[in-house]
Design a binder for this molecule. Sequence first.
Ligand SMILES: CC(C)(COP(=O)(O)OP(=O)(O)OC[C@H]1O[C@@H](n2cnc3c(N)ncnc32)[C@H](O)[C@@H]1OP(=O)(O)O)[C@@H](O)C(=O)NCCC(=O)NCCS
Length: 164
Amino acid sequence: MMTIVREATSTDLLSIVSIYNEGIEDRIATLETETKDLPYMQEWFDKHKNRYKVLVAEYEGNIIGWSSLNQYNNRCAYAGVADLSVYVARTFRGKGIGNMLLTAIEKCAKENHFHKIVLFTFPFNQLGQSLYQKKGYLEVGVFKNQGILDGKYVDVMAMEKLLK
Ligand SMILES: CC(C)(COP(=O)(O)OP(=O)(O)OC[C@H]1O[C@@H](n2cnc3c(N)ncnc32)[C@H](O)[C@@H]1OP(=O)(O)O)[C@@H](O)C(=O)NCCC(=O)NCCS
């Protein structure tokens, strides 16, 4: 059976939150340290209206990853810039799902008149780094000691990709 990528619906939110929580628990993806629940994810989903798409990857009826275009900044000067999230279920990482989700979300971004995607990642996130470099994301720079994760400062790398 093939993996398909499609727009998310609210019935996907339980899977989305559980995949997000794996990313939170693994301490490689986000500065968030507290796992999230369904109401949190519903509120997040409700903010992803119109141009701010959420996509899921589905394999044999199960959601195995998701990606989203998030608002980068609410000033209208930045309306063409989207912030990216991408999360793949632990057991499906390193199998090309992130690649599929990024290809699909970039298409969505272009269709919805974004000219650029930005993302913030940890320099030590190896799978993320391999994927972003392969997809043509360029390093903007590294914020030193930018966030606190489990009581320690961590660096955060900003990356960007111009879509046209
Ligand atoms: C980061 C993430 C989204 C990448 O998605 P993925 O499905 O794992 O990535 P892909 O398999 O599409 O691509 C990863 C690339 O890294 C390579 N790779 C595989 N294992 C690797 C490893 N141990 N170290 C480094 N690179 C590796 C893969 O070969 C692939 O490159 P290739 O297609 O040229 O072979 C996913 O791993 C994930 O969800 N991680 C946890 C959450 C997270 O970090 N999200 C990003 C927040 S910024």
